[in-house]
Design a binder for this molecule. Structure first.
Ligand SMILES: NC(=O)c1ccc[n+]([C@@H]2O[C@H](COP(=O)([O-])OP(=O)(O)OC[C@H]3O[C@@H](n4cnc5c(N)ncnc54)[C@H](OP(=O)(O)O)[C@@H]3O)[C@@H](O)[C@H]2O)c1
Length: 314
């Protein structure tokens, strides 16, 4: 992983290669620890200027019941705000994810430290009645939702006026839409023009850049905050599989990057239209790794290009 970076720097210091290799893990850990002490990078929500840390959490794998699976998610949700993070994205469509999160945040007593985003029903239920909001509040055990998103356009015509009503009643702080499918990109462009969205959530990764052609620039122009889903490739196939076992390039250190996940998340975060990424994880080690992507130096336009060229060469 980061052995290329560390081995080279050790060799430049005149130390034998074998010793350099032995030290590389320690140096990578030291670099990660140093980054961990840096403040979390934040970006403003254009509608209000409220600042959000740029690395959140996706929870489409939080609908679990086994005690060891609940314990793993408790550990993630306990450490999440302690690491300076804020945005948790869930959905009514993710089985019992909302319920698991509601229970755990209540037990941990950290709901107020979280920017809680959920979604309206994705399928199977009629939409547009007050019951949907009430059910989400009940499942999440909260009196307000920070961001309520229409999931993949399901019932948008009926829902949009309700979302505005709920926002005025201060039960919901921000409203928006989501997609993760390029079939819906024409609808996203239409919605960006037609509705006053606070947030758009859309798929974007080093391996899936379709949204950067028209959607991300239009969102930026319209002053809409953007959360990017599937930043590590998600169920389409992890971008990490392709780089598994390969060393990070030495220049990754210029961006305070010590893992491939951090490199690809920083690529995403550094896009000028992106407000925050929401990588999904169920593991504390991955949470800590991903949070490091929200610290230290980010690539500029030339650095992002370099990451694209690297990806194309793998
Ligand atoms: N239309 C929509 O609204 C929509 C669609 C799709 C997704 N979403 C949202 O976006 C979130 C993110 O998408 P996703 O979770 O499907 O995909 P993702 O974030 O691209 O990837 C998640 C996968 O990467 C692994 N992972 C995470 N961090 C890692 C690390 N540092 N090192 C190695 N592996 C790592 C996770 O496994 P571990 O659990 O083992 O860490 C999981 O298998 C979802 O959870 C959901 O909240 C919304």
């Amino acid at each position: 992983m980061s052995s290329v970076v560390t081995r080279r720097s050790v060799l430049q210091g005149g130390v034998a290669a074998g010793v350099g290799l032995a030290l590389s893990g320690t140096i990578a850990q030291a670099a990660a620890a140093k980054s961990g002490n840096l403040p979390a990078i934040t970006k403003p929500i254009p509608a209000t200027g409220e600042l959000l840390p740029v690395v959140g959490l996706g929870t489409n794998q939080y609908s679990v019941t086994a005690p060891e699976e609940i314990a793993a998610r408790r550990e993630v949700l306990d450490n999440f705000p302690k690491l300076g993070a804020k945005i948790i994205d869930t959905a009514r469509g993710y089985g019992e994810s909302e319920v698991v999160i509601g229970n755990l945040l209540k037990e941990l007593g950290n709901r107020d430290q979280i920017f809680l985003a959920t979604k309206t029903p994705i399928r199977g239920e009629p939409v547009g009645g007050d019951g949907e909001l009430e059910l989400a509040l009940q499942r999440l055990q909260t009196d307000r939702i920070d961001l309520l998103q229409i999931h993949n356009f399901n019932g948008i015509e009926a829902l949009w006026p309700k979302l505005q009503e709920w926002k005025q009643a201060k039960k919901v702080r921000y409203i928006g839409i989501t997609t993760s499918s390029d079939d819906q990109y024409p609808q996203v462009l239409e919605a960006l023009a037609k509705y006053k969205l606070d947030f758009l959530q859309v798929d974007y990764s080093i391996d899936n850049r379709g949204s950067e052609e028209k959607i991300l620039p239009l969102a930026k122009e319209k002053g809409v905050a953007v959360l990017t889903n599937l930043p590590l490739g998600g169920r389409r196939g992890s971008v990490l599989t392709k780089v598994s076992g390969k060393p990070l390039p030495a220049w990754a250190a210029d961006y305070d990057v010590t893992s491939w996940a951090q490199l690809f998340l920083k690529y995403n975060i550094a896009h000028p239209a992106v407000t925050a990424v929401i990588p999904g994880t169920t593991k504390i080690a991955h949470l800590k790794d991903n949070q490091l992507a929200g610290r230290g130096r980010l690539p500029d336009a030339a650095g992002r290009k370099k990451i694209e060229e690297l990806w194309a060469s793998i």
